[in-house]
Design a protein around this ligand. Structure first.
Ligand code: ADP
Ligand code: NI
Length: 219
């Protein structure tokens, strides 16, 4: 199978796994992560084929989307072998998917440049204007409120308490989105994240200003 056919086959597979998702793991997210990853690769290097396939598949074993992670990795393994990807590369791609998706990427950073790039691209897509839009889409799908003024920080709750008392969408910025800038692996991603982070801070400032009326009322 040639490279183009391989990418088409993998795209079709990803489409079949993600097509019904409405919580921010949609196909458009995957395509943005691919574009961003390939852009980062221009600056940071890495094997572009491995980066592209890993970016396309990075959400396909997410426990939020599949009933069995083990089964999902098996299917990915079979798919890549059927596409004539060399066994070493198959293992590398699976390693990348595991490290990117592990608890939202909170484990050990990926050990290879290809993994670092795909993780950075996934995190970049959670911040900035797109990140803001995705957070509100997720919050809407889950029925979360926009903002709670006296929110209990997630860090002092157990998982069970959290599920009974989920954070507001704005709360999600403080528990996760504003922390992502510091977690970028590569130089180019740090640069892009800095701009996206600044935009989120501006948004939050405006949001709170409007929540309280307008700053013209405040003396
Ligand atoms: P990842 O892509 O790292 O697996 P998640 O599955 O946690 O990320 O989230 C997918 C999208 O939904 C992201 O844009 C994330 O910011 C958003 N999201 C996740 N949890 C929440 C939440 N509690 N409130 C608002 N948005 C959320
Ligand atoms: Ni993702």
């Amino acid at each position: 199978m040639n490279e183009q056919e391989r990418v088409k086959t993998v795209e079709k597979f990803v489409c079949s796994v993600l097509k019904d998702d409405r919580t921010g793991h949609d196909l458009e997210h995957v395509f943005r992560v691919r574009r961003l990853s390939l852009h980062l690769a221009v600056h940071e290097g890495g094997n572009r084929d491995i980066i592209e396939l890993s970016a396309l598949l990075h959400d396909c074993a997410d426990p939020k989307l599949v009933s069995s992670e083990e089964e999902a990795y098996k299917r990915i393994d079979e798919l890549l072998r059927a596409c004539d990807v060399p066994p070493n590369d198959v293992n590398h791609i699976i390693h990348i998917i595991k490290s990117v998706s592990f608890k939202g990427g909170n484990g050990e950073p990926p050990s290879t440049i290809e993994g670092k790039i795909v993780q950075d691209a996934d995190r970049l897509d959670a911040i900035g204007a797109i990140g803001i839009a995705r957070a509100f889409t997720y919050g809407g799908a889950k029925g979360h409120v926009l903002f709670k003024e006296d929110e209990i920080p997630r860090t002092v709750m157990t998982e069970d308490e959290y599920h009974q008392n989920p954070s507001s969408v704005i709360g999600h910025f403080y528990e996760k989105l504003l922390l992502l800038k510091e977690k970028m692996n590569t130089k180019k991603a740090i640069e892009l994240a800095t701009d996206r982070h600044r935009f989120m801070m501006e948004f939050l400032e405006k949001f709170k200003e409007e929540w309280n009326g307008t700053n013209e009322d405040v003396n």
